[in-house]
Write a protein that binds this ligand. Structure first.
Ligand SMILES: [Zn+2]
Ligand SMILES: [Zn+2]
Length: 434
């Protein structure tokens, strides 16, 4: 019997996990710069929470949720996204109020039963933010700026920011009528999904990627032309602030998001590397959701980044280089006595913050050097019989192949101060690795 990972899931192996750590660290760092704090919510929630917030007519709720009954017959769902859970947790723990701005972020796995394909899995990871308590258009622009800043920090280029307004519960119904009227004649030529959307939520027709539907979608009326004065003013201010903050963007009046709760601002960051369907980040305002989930009316905005896709883009741009796992020092030894001394030095290395390893398989010196190479060690320190007598050994720089003799008791001073840009040791304390 051979076991395999369930369809639509993937093991993140050591070769890749270092990239994941870099990406997650950059997320935490950038969110932290904008004063967002982490929240960790359960992986599953009551089914009703998602049905209520995401919308009964959405693909997610209709087809994609992992829903199960627990032993007491309660209906639970593995979270397909985090916003509803963050709102639930925020309300339950009194984090959300209308007098203060609450800024939260999360990183973790989400679950949707979709057809697996490149960059799309059934268990996938998102990093995202939610800000509660303000409808200030500057906040919308700041949130978009933060997303861009995050991608820039990771070194991504060829990004496009698309912005739209999807209106509010006052002006959207008027627009939906206009859309229905427009699609009425042609819906028979469009795909099955669009026919269903025509009945349940015509806005989602704009999201269709099927070729036969495109020519009809292209000429459909635009939400931005149907915004009421309040939404129009808000959108103009968001666009104004984005310009003011120097964020490059384009207004895309076909942009709608796959969840029902969005109001006013909707946006996506798309990587041109992955093609049109491949937003690496999507988000928007959801001013009614907190109230719908039992809180006081509280405006809010958020976004989520698909980490699998983001990492795919990083790889396609070769930005993962230098993100791999490395060690600073490999101690190679010949003979039992050298091994004792070597292990003592290894312990000291770790105490001084030097990432270090040695051989545990009784390999020959040649094989130990190969192992050090495979571990991408910056340095190898080689201890044999001669070296034991001198209490001194050769320290070899694996990149330059330079060698120099370093006494046992000087080793960490030397590795500490020579290791340059990639320094992982604790010698920053005295400023020698600035
Ligand atoms: Zn409106
Ligand atoms: Zn269609």
């Amino acid at each position: 019997m051979k076991y395999t990972a369930p369809r639509g899931t993937k093991d993140i192996l050591p070769d890749d996990s270092s990239i994941w750590q870099v990406v997650e660290n950059v997320c935490r760092a950038v969110f932290g710069l904008y004063n967002y704090q982490e929240i960790r919510t359960p992986i599953f929630e009551p089914t009703e929470l998602f049905a209520r917030s995401i919308g009964d007519s959405t693909d997610i709720v209709k087809k994609e949720m992992y829903t199960f009954a627990d032993r007491k017959g309660r209906s639970l769902t593995l979270r397909p996204e985090a916003t509803a859970a963050v709102v639930r947790a925020g309300l339950e723990n009194n984090l959300i109020s209308t007098d203060n701005l609450t800024k939260l972020y999360y990183i973790g796995p989400m679950f949707r039963y979709e057809r697996p394909q490149a960059g799309r899995q059934r268990q996938f990871n998102q990093a995202g933010i939610e800000a509660f308590g303000s409808n200030d258009p500057l906040l919308d622009a700041e949130v978009i700026q933060m997303a861009v800043k995050l991608f820039e920090t990771l070194g991504l280029k060829e990004l496009e920011v698309d912005v739209n307004s999807v209106g509010c519960k006052k002006c959207r119904p008027v627009y939906l009528e206009a859309l229905k009227k427009y699609f009425q004649e042609n819906i028979k030529h469009m795909c099955e999904d669009c026919k269903a959307r025509f009945e349940t939520n015509p806005l989602r027709i704009l999201d269709c990627k099927e070729e036969p539907c495109q020519k009809y979608i292209a000429k459909a009326p635009a939400m931005v032309d149907h915004l009421d004065p309040e939404c129009k003013d808000h959108f103009e201010k968001v666009v104004g602030w984005l310009g003011g903050l120097g964020v490059k963007f384009k207004i895309n009046d076909r942009l709608v998001r796959g969840l029902d709760y969005y109001t006013k601002t909707a946006f996506e960051v798309v990587s041109k590397r992955l093609g049109a369907q491949n937003a690496v980040c999507g988000g928007g305002r959801y001013d009614d959701l907190v109230e719908e989930l039992g809180g006081k009316p509280t405006p809010a905005i958020g976004f989520a980044i698909g980490l699998e896709r983001l990492i795919e883009v990083l790889k396609s741009e070769n930005k993962q280089q230098g993100m791999g796992h490395r060690i600073d020092l490999f101690i190679a030894t010949i003979g039992d006595e050298a091994r004792k001394v070597g292990f003592d030095l290894l312990t000291k290395a770790r105490i001084s913050g030097v990432r270090a390893d040695t051989d545990y398989l009784g390999k020959s010196l040649k094989a130990q050097m190969k192992a050090a190479d495979r571990l991408k060690a910056h340095y190898v320190y080689i201890i044999g019989e001669e070296e034991l007598k001198k209490k001194s050994a050769m320290l070899k720089n694996m990149e330059t192949a330079d060698q120099k003799e370093v006494p046992f008791d000087q080793l960490f001073k030397d590795t500490g101060c020579d290791c340059g840009d990639d320094c992982k040791c604790s010698c920053e304390d005295d400023g020698c690795c600035d």
